[in-house]
Design a protein around this ligand. Structure first.
Ligand SMILES: Cc1ncc(COP(=O)(O)O)c(C=O)c1O
Length: 445
């Protein structure tokens, strides 16, 4: 979801481009095995890639293994993992409880082709946690869960249109970054401005009779860790009720931000919720759930039940790992503690940026955050519009320089903490960021 900001050709920009080129050359030299692996991959996959978000220039690293809070690439470098698979890796790598649960599931056999003993447990744990979820169904990914939620809203309301927000990301066919995607699901989308109550209310009133649902991330993740104002989300709740459409929260990323997800923290309860990522314990996972009255439409005992197939919907590895994780590791206390650690790290990084004078700003909530570069007109980042002038070269240079210091985060600046990261790891990351800003900060404006 990159924004290509037009950058003026100032002397500082030329100097930054030179520094970036030099950093890319150092990176290529340090990663000959990674480069060869990616070149081989290009022969069988377009751009050597099967997951767009993992690509970055000059070529992406290939990871050989992960353990606890760390990753090792094909060239033997060790990284402290501050990306954690775009938030799916909440438990760190190979957490003993998750491993044990997966080993037991493997022992009992995969692809059983029947109900298994884990799915009921995981469903009960999820229903107990998330205020909006009285009944839940599982899918293979967050994308599929978004699809099911949107299509369910259309089926139960008998209406067609869906309101989403600029900068929103709800999966591979739900991409609402500036410029959009030719591969989006062919639905009658209305696109509102995130955190703009007046604009959203006007759209909802104008299209009330045809609006099936409002689909929104309570914090935009892929869009840049931009929190939704509680007032904005509360206004969407009221407007949805008035318009007779469903409010769907996409909590694929944000469900980790409190014991009951971000909805629990905000006290705003949607009609349906979409889940994914870490809730499968690190295996493929998605889920959609909501009010019983809506979800009961899937009850196969009814002759009019909505069909919802999926060979791997209840695959035992995800069900077993997800159950063990929620039951034994990511307890409500652990969720609160991780959020507090994330808040402290974000504040510290912002303080480092302020003290260095570098135009870096870290947005987010709890253990999810994104590092941005640029002197933003309004100062505050409340929507993707505010990021239109972001300095992408500065971000790329920061990324490569952090990799060179053994710190792993996304090229787009996204970070998500795992439970495995220690206080020492957080200190080392902050020191590395301070060092990068001390060396390159003056050019990053
Ligand atoms: C908010 C949000 N919704 C949905 C998805 C899609 O999930 P998946 O990648 O499992 O299809 C993502 C993935 O990043 C996401 O961040």
């Amino acid at each position: 979801m990159s924004q290509s900001a037009p950058q003026t050709n100032t002397r500082a920009n030329y100097a930054l481009a030179d520094e970036l080129q030099a950093a890319e050359a150092r990176y290529a030299e340090a990663n000959p095995n990674g480069l060869a692996q990616w070149q081989r991959a290009c022969a069988a996959m377009p751009g050597g890639n099967t997951r767009t978000v993992l690509f970055y220039s000059p070529f992406p690293l290939t990871m050989a293994r992960g353990e606890g809070a760390y990753l090792w690439d094909l060239d033997g470098h060790r990284y402290a993992d501050f990306l954690n698979d775009f938030s799916a890796g909440l438990y760190g790598h190979s957490h003993p409880v998750i491993r044990q649960a997966m080993a037991e599931a493997l022992e009992a056999g995969l692809t059983l082709g029947g109900h298994n003993r884990y799915e009921e447990k995981l469903a009960a744990l999820i229903c107990a946690r998330f205020p909006s979820i009285e009944l839940v169904r599982f899918t293979n990914s967050g994308t599929e869960a978004s699809l099911m939620a949107v299509l369910t809203a259309r089926a139960v309301t008998g209406r067609r249109r869906i309101l989403v927000f600029e900068g929103g990301y709800h999966g591979g066919v739900f991409y609402f970054a500036p410029g959009g995607s030719p591969l989006n699901l062919p639905v009658d989308w209305l696109v509102g401005r995130y955190n703009d109550i007046g604009h959203a209310e006007a759209l909802i009133v104008r299209h009330a009779g045809e609006l099936a649902a409002i689909l929104v991330e309570p914090m935009q993740g892929g869009g840049g860790s931009i929190p939704g104002d509680p007032a904005f989300l509360g206004a969407l709740r009221e407007a949805a009720t008035r318009a007779g459409c469903l409010l769907i929260f996409d909590e694929v990323m944000t469900s980790r931000l409190g014991p009951g997800g971000l909805q629990g923290e905000l006290g705003v309860t949607p009609d349906m919720t979409v889940l994914g990522k870490y809730l499968g314990g690190g295996a493929s996972f998605g889920a959609f759930g909501g009010r019983a009255e809506i979800m009961e439409r899937f009850d196969p005992r009814s002759p009019e039940a909505f069909p919802h197939a999926g060979t791997f919907n209840n695959n035992v590895l995800s069900m077993a790992a997800g159950t063990a994780g929620l039951e034994m590791v990511f307890t409500p206390e652990a969720a609160n503690e991780l959020s507090a650690r994330g808040e402290a790290l974000r504040a510290r990084l912002n303080e480092i940026a302020r003290a260095s004078g570098a135009p870096m700003q870290v947005t987010g909530l709890g253990s999810l955050m994104t590092i941005h570069f640029g002197r933003f007109a309004s100062g505050e980042i409340r929507s993707v519009d505010d990021l239109a002038d972001a300095n992408q070269d500065a971000k790329a240079l920061f990324h490569l320089e952090m990799l060179a210091r053994g710190q792993y985060l996304a090229r787009r600046g996204l970070m998500s903490l795992s439970l495995a990261l220690s206080e020492d790891d957080l200190d080392t990351f902050a020191d590395a960021a301070a060092d990068v800003l001390a060396v390159h900060g003056p050019l990053m404006g």
